[in-house]
Design a protein around this ligand. Structure first.
Ligand SMILES: *[C@@H]1O[C@H](CO)[C@@H](O)[C@H](O)[C@H]1NC(C)=O
Ligand SMILES: *[C@@H]1O[C@H](CO)[C@@H](O)[C@H](O)[C@H]1NC(C)=O
Ligand SMILES: CC(=O)N[C@H]1CO[C@H](CO)[C@@H](O)[C@@H]1O
Ligand SMILES: CC(=O)N[C@H]1CO[C@H](CO)[C@@H](O)[C@@H]1O
Length: 471
């Protein structure tokens, strides 16, 4: 089964990117492809273990993260976006861009057949071109989100005049969409997002310019998705943005069922508590680690969950503004929800929790990775999006009848009463039955390993046939 094919992976330093790149590395190794996964030394230590049967094919390449002249801009030991506040991410990009030299050296020495890159390392496009290694952009976002975010006139080829779009343009479906769609950002997010995409920032290169370089040099695009969910957007991406280059839906890269190692005391308690709950009755609540919620937001969520009367399990990291775990929640919340709900601080075994039969729904930020993890079990979704692609993902889920989105005011605030309505609709109200049925049906796609493996295999075939060695 082993081939001589060698692939280099260059993911961005966010766990929402690192983990899918890591999963893809394991899958390619299973197909006999040799993979070099490039990251920083600190990140490599934080990755899951490579299963022993494929360890020989997965090379975890650890370069030290270059330090900045001004160390205050990026504290030592902070190597992933989750380690730093949002405003510091620009400095992480500055340090990350300095990896250009060791990565180039690595490519020169190793002469891989393919490079699979994220968009943040735009310099990989130059390395690929200079050393004649074909490049594939692997997107950890859905095709719908990228079709919206990547502006074809901005990324399309050299010589074109690049006009920075207005924030208002993000509040409606873009004019390159050639079918009806409801994808759009709420006004309160548009200005910040537009600045994030097109603003220069400390690294001197806007994110959309990074995207443009990678898009132009890529021979093909790979998406962590499948056409059963969003064929229309995959086609749109190929036509309008990918310039007709091959676009591969490579399936959801479902993680293997986690091996249950020893459980800590809190985890044991939770799973024992689960066993007393009715099937499909408990709401899982989790907002990931990248969006840092304010005190008002966390407290409003808490009040909404409390007033909903539903059993819940909330995975919450202690926010920076809270002095202690207890201080993160409204006064008396714990006592008032005793027996009905559990707040789990620290790292929660999310996949194992979502797979438990007592879970019936999820209240979350609608990040793409979490959507995949949740829908594979067919849970009903209640979405409250905050950053980057989350609002677009939420819209698409609502369009497809798979989620209820919590109402927001003009300034982005949301109320406990709207949360109660959305939660009860998704979990118990008669009117929500259709939604619950659709979500259960979605598991036949999202949780279907055979289907997902078929898509991945088509991509593997392409890598094997169309790399440097054979082209
Ligand atoms: C945001 O809007 C809500 C509802 O319209 C209002 O009650 C609240 O005071 C506003 N918050 C801010 C910070 O302006
Ligand atoms: C890959 O290569 C094969 C033959 O080498 C060719 O027929 C095929 O069109 C190529 N596929 C793509 C998607 O470029
Ligand atoms: C054009 C394209 O597909 N770009 C994507 C490449 O992959 C990164 C990482 O997921 C995305 O952020 C890009 O938008
Ligand atoms: C120096 C600079 O331009 N900083 C901006 C970088 O981007 C973030 C997020 O969009 C802004 O908040 C900073 O002001």
């Amino acid at each position: 089964m082993a081939t001589n094919l060698r692939v280099v992976m260059v993911p961005w330093l966010a766990f929402g990117h690192l983990i899918p790149f890591f999963q893809l590395s394991l899958q390619l190794a299973k197909a006999g492809i040799r993979v070099s996964f490039i990251s920083t030394a600190g990140i490599i230590k934080r990755l899951p273990k490579v299963p022993p049967n494929i360890a020989a094919l997965v090379d975890l390449v650890a370069f030290p993260l270059p330090s900045l002249d001004n160390e205050q801009l990026l504290p030592q030991g902070c190597e992933a976006t989750v380690d730093i506040p949002f405003e510091k991410i620009q400095y992480l990009k500055v340090a990350y861009d300095l990896l250009r030299h060791p990565v180039k050296q690595f490519v020169v020495e190793q002469k891989p057949d393919w490079i699979l890159a994220d968009v943040i390392p735009h310099w990989v496009a130059e390395i690929a071109q200079e050393h004649h290694v074909p490049l594939v952009n692997f997107s950890v976002f859905s095709a719908a989100s990228l079709s919206f975010l990547v502006n074809p006139s901005y990324v399309g080829g050299d010589g074109q005049k690049k006009v920075r779009p207005s924030p208002e343009s993000l509040t409606a479906p873009p004019d390159w969409f050639d079918f009806p769609s409801t994808l759009a950002y709420p006004k309160f997010l548009a200005a910040g997002l537009n600045e994030g995409l097109y603003g220069e920032n400390a690294s001197g290169i806007p994110d959309m310019e990074r995207v443009a370089k990678i898009v132009q040099e890529s021979k093909a695009f790979a998406f962590r998705t499948c056409p059963e969910y969003e064929a229309e957007y995959l086609n749109l991406f190929q036509k309008k943005i990918g310039n007709g280059k091959p676009v591969f839906p490579i399936g959801f890269l479902l993680p293997e069922k986690p091996e249950i190692e020893r459980r800590g005391a809190t985890e044991t308690e939770i799973f024992e508590w689960f066993d007393f709950q009715k099937a499909n009755s408990v709401v899982f609540i989790g907002f990931g680690s990248e969006c840092k919620l304010s005190k008002e937001q966390v407290h409003e969520i808490a009040h909404g969950v409390e007033l909903s009367g539903l059993p819940f399990l909330w995975a919450l990291r202690k926010p920076d503004w809270a002095d202690s775990e207890l201080d993160a929640l409204p006064c008396g919340f714990k006592e008032r929800t005793q027996g009905r709900g559990v707040v789990f601080f620290g790292w929660a075994p999310q996949l194992e929790i979502l797979g438990h039969s007592s879970i019936g729904g999820s209240l979350f930020h609608s990040g793409w990775g979490s959507i995949i993890e949740t829908l594979q079990f067919g849970h009903s979704l209640v979405v409250l999006p905050f950053i980057i692609d989350q609002p677009l993902n939420a819209r698409l889920l609502v369009d497809k009848g798979l989620a209820v989105e919590i109402e927001r005011s003009e300034n982005g605030s949301f109320s406990r009463d709207d949360m109660v309505k959305a939660l009860r609709l998704a979990m118990v109200f008669e009117e929500g039955e259709k939604l619950r049925i659709r979500a259960r049906e979605a598991a036949q796609v999202f949780g279907n390993r055979d289907l997902q493996d078929d898509y991945l295999n088509k991509f593997v075939e392409y890598l094997k046939k169309n790399g440097t060695t054979n082209s």
